[in-house]
Every structure is written in structure tokens, then in C-alpha cells.
Design a protein around this ligand. Structure first.
Ligand SMILES: N[C@@H](CCC(=O)N[C@@H](CS)C(=O)NCC(=O)O)C(=O)O
Length: 202
């Protein structure tokens, strides 16, 4: 039995919830109350010593880190073998985007949103510049003639990068000047089983 420990406004949690839905998996959704500090209680730390969401348990398997969980779910449950195919070049290309999802997306779009929603103490001008650079140097040129980040099918690269880029608008960053990115977000939203990420209340 699969249980996802997450939080509705966490993009890291959304990556996993979205992919579980797309795969059509049955799972139990457990909300970890971050405001009450449930993620720092011993019971939760026993599953995830970093005290972060998401964590996924699948019977005896306990996994932290959203992109690691995406890899696990794809390799274990994707019968189509398209979300993280075995081919080495495709896997490496997907990994390039998973790295972007956990670094460049976090220091740009994630930080902009966290400043607005949670008052994260961070340099907003710098986070805006990093977001613009990420979009202009990588996403826009890449997506100019492609529907998906890797190959001809959606992969876990798209799932990993989607959540915080879709909600960068909650960080007072407009996606209007980026039609290629908006089209790619719409492509992801059109995947069967796609689960929207809630819009956080400001
Ligand atoms: N690399 C981790 C990052 C997880 C993460 O930072 N989660 C945030 C919520 S989006 C969290 O739990 N923050 C609480 C904390 O670090 O104390 C992943 O991809 O899952």
C-alpha cells in the first residue's frame, strides 16, 4: 500500500501526487501539517530525517526526495516504460532536467513564490534574475520546437519541472512574455490523470 506524506501547497509534494494520479495508482494521502511542525516530530523524522515533505512509503519501502520518488514510481509501476525509459541516453537527458528541477527551479521560481507566500528571507531581485535566466537560456530555446522536455513523450522530467514553474505567478512573476513555457504547461495539464496544484491563498 502506498502512502504519500505531503502538503497541498508544496510543489515538491505536488510532483509526486500528480504522477501517482497520472499512473492511476491508488494511494493514501497524508497531509503533514507544516505550520504545526509535524514534519519535525520524531515519528515523521523516523521516515524522513531531513524533516521535509514529501515522503512516500510503499509497504516496506520508505523514500524521501520528490525526484527520487518519481524515479521509483516510474521504474516500478509505469507499464508503458515511457516515463523513465531504460535507454541510457534518455535516462541521462531526463536526469539533466531532474537536476534543473531541484536546483535552478528552486533558486528561481520556488524562491520568488516562497518570498510572497511565506515571507522567506531571500533576495527577490536575484531570484527574479535567476528565473529570467533559466527561462530565457534554457526553457524557451528548448521548447521552441518541442512539446516535451525529453523526446516524443511526457516523462518524469516534465512532471518534476512543472509544479513550481506553473505557480511562479504566485511569486509575482508573469508568464505572459513566455508563450512557449505556457504552451508546455498546458501540454502537461492535458496529460490523462493530471492533478492540478492548488492555488495558494495570499
Ligand atoms: N529535495 C527535496 C526538498 C523537499 C522540501 O524542501 N520540502 C519542503 C516543502 S516544499 C519542506 O518540507 N520544507 C520544510 C523544511 O525543510 O523544514 C524534495 O525534492 O523532495
Amino acid at each position: 500500500m502506498i502512502t504519500l506524506y505531503g502538503h497541498p501547497i508544496s510543489g515538491n509534494s505536488h510532483r509526486v501526487a500528480n504522477f501517482l494520479n497520472i499512473l492511476g495508482m491508488e494511494y493514501t494521502d497524508k497531509i503533514v501539517d507544516l505550520e504545526k511542525g509535524e514534519h519535525k516530530l520524531p515519528e515523521y523524522l523516523a521516515k524522513n530525517p531531513l524533516g521535509q515533505v514529501p515522503t512516500l512509503t510503499d509497504d516496506d519501502v520508505v523514500l524521501r526526495d520528490s525526484t527520487a520518488i518519481l524515479i521509483y514510481l516510474a521504474r516500478r509501476y509505469d507499464q508503458s516504460n515511457t516515463w523513465f525509459p531504460e535507454d541510457p541516453v534518455t535516462q541521462a537527458q531526463i536526469q539533466q532536467w531532474l537536476s534543473v528541477a531541484v536546483h535552478e527551479v528552486m533558486i528561481g521560481p520556488f524562491v520568488l513564490r516562497a518570498i510572497q507566500l511565506f515571507g522567506m528571507p531571500a533576495d527577490e531581485v536575484q531570484a527574479r534574475e535567476k528565473t529570467e535566466k533559466l527561462f530565457n537560456d534554457l526553457f524557451v530555446p528548448h521548447l521552441s520546437d518541442k512539446k516535451w522536455l525529453v523526446g516524443e513523450h511526457p516523462t518524469i522530467a516534465d512532471i518534476a519541472c512543472y509544479s513550481y514553474i506553473a505557480r511562479v505567478t504566485e511569486g509575482n512573476f508573469s508568464l505572459e512574455p513566455y508563450p512557449a513555457i505556457r504552451q508546455w504547461l498546458a501540454n502537461v495539464e492535458g496529460i490523462d490523470g493530471f492533478k492540478p496544484m492548488i492555488h495558494a491563498n495570499k
